[in-house]
Ligand binder design. Structure first.
Ligand code: 1GP
Length: 254
């Protein structure tokens, strides 16, 4: 198994929780960025997810170079389009939007990206991507022309995740979309947890330690926080501490 996928799977097998910080390349101010990177390194953030639905600033290369300068944290691309692929990252979440019924995001984009990704040397992380209703239309559902899974239908999410796993997708990503008003319910996370063995990544609207803890306790293996940290950088160490506490509690239960 390739190293980053292995990292996700080992965390899952050991019951160890992980913390990914989502960086939207358009929102990065390069002069302030090193401070965030130093903090992330200090707090032992597990992954950087890098990407967004739209990228209007050509600074992916500079961002990755700064991440390399200040941290040893792996960079995982999380892209809205194959136009945004950057070979200097470590890996790419190769997403199939399985909650939607738009063939373009189920397989079309992937066909176009495949030869480029093969040459890029990036590690490919085959990921079942589920958009969950967030109480308002998110950029992701607008851009992908798909209807998200209703927030109060855990069984739909569970069956979708199951089908993704049966198709061979190695990671399951439950996303309420960036800046979601409603983050994903513990009931839905728990239903998915009972249905698949893949690592489960949960993100969208996690802007407090309470929400982070709830997602982890419900069965998320990796939580992703973007907007919350952009608005309040102090949230980074707070969430890191929550993840650590959760891991300590799990270690005691062993
Ligand atoms: C969105 O899962 C990510 O795709 C994270 O969302 O920016 O709301 O933390 P936030």
């Amino acid at each position: 198994i390739k190293p980053i996928l292995n990292q996700f799977i080992t965390y899952r097998e050991q019951g160890r929780k992980a913390f990914a910080v989502l960086i939207d390349p358009d929102d990065v101010r390069l002069d302030e960025f090193p401070l965030l990177l130093q903090r992330a390194q200090q707090e032992q953030v597990d992954f950087f997810f890098l990407g967004g639905s739209l990228i209007t600033q050509f600074q992916m290369g500079d961002i990755i170079a700064l991440i390399r300068e200040y941290t040893t944290i792996p960079v995982v691309l999380f892209l809205g389009s194959n136009m945004h692929v950057h070979p200097a990252a470590d890996a790419v979440l190769f997403l199939s939007l399985i909650s939607g019924r738009n063939p373009e995001y189920l397989i079309g984009q992937q066909v176009v990206a495949a030869p480029m990704l093969k040459k890029s040397g990036l590690e490919i992380l085959p990921t079942g991507y589920l958009l969950i209703d967030a109480g308002q239309q998110t950029t992701a559902s607008y851009m992908s022309h798909t209807t998200p899974i209703p927030n109060n239908k855990p069984a739909v999410a569970a069956c979708t995740a199951m089908a993704g796993e049966m198709l061979g997708l190695r990671l399951t990503y439950l996303d309420a979309g960036s800046g979601a008003l409603k983050s994903i319910t513990p009931e839905m996370i728990a239903a998915v947890r009972q249905s698949v063995d893949t690592p489960i990544i949960v993100g969208g609207g996690i802007d407090s330690t309470q929400k982070a803890k709830m997602a982890l306790q419900a069965g998320a293996d990796v939580i992703v926080v973007g907007n919350g940290i952009e608005k309040n950088p102090d949230l980074l160490p707070e969430i890191a501490a929550t993840v650590r506490k959760c891991n300590e509690a799990l270690a005691i239960n062993w």
